[in-house]
Design a protein around this ligand. Structure first.
Ligand code: 6R9
Length: 655
């Protein structure tokens, strides 16, 4: 009999999935780790002193007057201090005699390559800063960057940081509408773009999209265009400027002005599930302090010897913090890859790892599940023995995906770190420290030293071990968002009104019997089935643990009997055949067997693809539209909107 549905989140999120595997830190890693267990105690004793110490990782032009000024919910970190982010990312490494060190090994999708040293990067950043100034950009102006994954994207970001013009990077896969609404909201003056970029073996058009977006937006004064593919582009005299003409002729000297610690560094729009996207604002000193510290601590970075690779797009916050600002502030050598993992072949990522001797790799679970689907034999063809740390970010990593990553990519040797954070948090917040913390498949484990993250119940009270609830942060942290661009009220409403003086992350989480944290997905995605809160993540993980399933997405669809019923969309592994009624029954029983009968999906649909954002997050709200037979909502932030046509076309077959 049906129970009365309650408001989602009313009771603690359920704790269905049992996972007992645990991997201690590799002995050699632990013996030489950058961070040891006492960092937790040190930070707990005095978090502000801890972050003040980390701020000394950077070069400051003026020392701060105070570490933190906290007028909830508005924080100022290192107020009174001044620094230049671009100088911290390039000039100081050159000044210290490390100019010949490689900053980026860049690999284009078609196979063209570029190697860029810190000295070369400095020259290019200075030239670009001079070019932006000549185009009339002044301190405080916003510059939009709509680019493929090429070195000029990083150069443009650092040039903006150098002159104090906040950058606003828009993922190159986004539509004209998505670009346009971000241009409006940020009132950007200049757009940096390219003729196009390479994705899946084809040259995509970027300049053409900018032309369309800028047509009715006179606030955009100039469009600076990198020639990447050589394709034909339309040209508006006076407005459009070629990069190779405007930048190449500039002097490589530019005297960088120090900016206030709280000077805006960038705006990054989060996709937003319903209303207009939120422009998340990050400032300079605190942000750079925490990305630099976390990049060094979580990845145990040895800048002299490691080759670091974040296989993500710069148009996602992960790219900002761990392709650009973290690695460069630490003087690391990074790999940057332009294209998709299946072009020209499905071993492309592992070929890149082998070619550059990558030691630390960081990617999203969606990519890992895709590799699982393609089969174990593909990574087996490459020598990946250099890898020592593997990171995961963007979604909960299903235990099966974690185990696959650990074994087939990490050779059962590398440590896996599952890192939880958000555009809003700016940097990693919850993660194992690879030389200290054991890894459990699917758990993000512990708040980092100096981070007051917690799991609370409906009343904002910390849950005991074994309990579940909402992810919050109790204390301000250096790289926290400083607001939503132009909308302080929305900032308060979204993050600071659910619980008094706690930052509400919007994610469900549980704390296991050892006190370790497990993220359960967005609170909006939690399903309420016959009065029980069931996390989409746990049902998805149960499905992915079936040998025939590579990937799955689960939504709660309105149901007359149970309030909501579980509807699952699954992608089969390469070798699993076509699916069919037998498989659907087998899967339903499999979920019931792992999680209990309450979690048995009402309906399971086999699909070829799932709708995803730039960071590989599944857009469950679109699947809910399908499951509830509604017209689709906004699809402008999908990486490939044709996916929804394919899924909708499957609907009549649904069982
Ligand atoms: C960095 C990034 C933030 C949301 C976040 C959560 C999900 C990210 C995760 C994770 C479980 C992890 N998320 N990392 N969930 N485990 N390790 O992804 O930023 O694009 O703003 O997304 O992503 O739901 O709230 P962003």
């Amino acid at each position: 009999m049906a129970e009365t549905p309650q408001e989602p989140g009313h009771e603690a999120l359920s704790n269905l999935l049992q996972e007992s595997r645990s991997f201690p830190p590799p002995a050699d890693l632990a013996a030489n780790a950058n961070v040891t267990a006492d960092a937790y105690d040190e930070a707990a004793a005095d978090p502000q002193a801890f972050w003040e110490k980390q701020a000394h990782r950077l070069d400051w032009s003026r020392q701060w007057d105070s570490v933190l000024e906290w007028k909830p919910p508005f924080a100022k970190w290192f107020d009174g201090g001044t620094l230049n982010a671009s100088v911290n990312c390039v000039d100081r490494h050159v000044a210290a005699g490390r100019g010949d060190k490689v900053a980026y090994y860049w690999e284009g999708e078609p196979g063209d390559t570029r190697t860029i040293t810190y000295a070369q990067l400095k020259d290019e950043v200075c030239k670009t800063a001079n070019a932006l100034l000549q185009l009339g950009v002044t301190k405080g102006d916003r510059v939009a960057i709509y680019m493929p994954m090429i070195p000029e994207t990083v150069i443009a970001m650092l040039a903006c940081a150098r002159i104090g013009a906040p950058h606003m990077v828009v993922f190159g896969g986004f539509s004209v509408d998505a670009l346009g609404s971000r241009l409006d909201d940020s009132a950007a003056k200049v757009v940096v773009t390219a003729d196009g970029g390479y994705r899946r073996g084809k040259a995509s058009g970027l300049k053409s999209a900018v032309d369309e977006a800028v047509r009715d937006r006179p606030a955009v004064e100039h469009v600076l265009v990198v020639r990447r593919t050589g394709q034909e582009v339309e040209w508006t005299e006076g407005r459009d400027v070629w990069w190779h003409e405007a930048v190449d002729a500039q002097s490589p000297e530019h005297e960088a002005e120090p900016h206030d610690a709280e000077h805006p560094l960038y705006i990054m729009y989060t996709s937003g599930t319903t209303a207009k996207p939120k422009g998340i604002l990050h400032t300079t000193g605190g942000y750079l302090t925490q990305v630099s510290y976390t990049h060094w601590a979580v990845f145990d970075l040895k800048a002299e010897t490691d080759v670091f690779w974040t296989a993500a797009d710069i148009g996602w916050v992960t790219g900002h913090s761990y392709i650009v600002y973290g690695p460069l502030s630490n003087g690391a050598t990074s790999v940057m890859y332009e294209g998709t993992p299946d072009t020209p072949h499905k071993g492309r990522f592992w070929e890149v790892v082998q070619k550059y001797g990558v030691t630390i790799a960081y990617m999203a679970p969606t990519a890992i599940r895709t590799f699982m689907k393609w089969g174990d034999d593909i990574p087996a063809q490459y020598d990946m023995s250099t890898l020592r740390i593997l990171g995961s970010v963007g979604e909960p990593i299903n235990p099966e995906a974690y185990m696959w990553y650990r074994k087939h990519i990490g050779g059962d040797r590398a440590a896996v770190v599952d890192t939880w954070w958000q555009t809003e948090t700016g940097a990693i917040m919850v993660s194992p420290l690879p030389g200290v913390t054991a890894g459990k498949p699917g758990a993000a484990m512990r708040p980092l030293p100096g981070i007051g993250a917690d799991v609370v119940d409906d009343e904002g009270v910390s849950v005991p071990d074994g309990g579940g609830g909402f992810m919050v942060v109790r204390e301000p942290w250096p790289s926290m968002l400083r607001g939503i661009w132009g909308d302080p009220q929305r900032y308060k409403d979204t993050y600071w009104s659910r619980f008094a003086d706690l930052y509400f992350a919007g994610d469900g989480a549980k704390r296991d019997q050892d006190g370790d944290l497990w993220l359960l997905g967005r609170v909006d995605d939690v399903m309420l089935v016959s009065g029980h809160n069931i996390s989409t993540t746990e049902v998805e993980s149960a499905l992915v643990s079936h040998p025939k399933i590579a990937e799955s997405a689960v939504v709660g669809a309105t149901d007359p009997v149970t309030g909501q019923a579980i509807v699952a969309f699954v992608i089969l592994r390469g070798s699993a055949g076509d699916g069919g009624a037998d498989l659907v029954k087998e899967l339903r029983d499999h979920v019931a067997g792992s999680l209990g009968a309450i979690a048995k999906p009402r309906q399971i649909m086999v699909v070829p693809e799932l709708p995803k954002t730039r960071s590989g997050k599944i857009m469950r709200r679109l699947l809910r539209d399908v499951a509830e037979h509604r017209a689709l909502g906004d699809v402008s932030t999908l990486t490939d909107s044709s996916v929804m046509d394919v899924i909708s076309a499957k609907l009549p077959d649904a069982k």
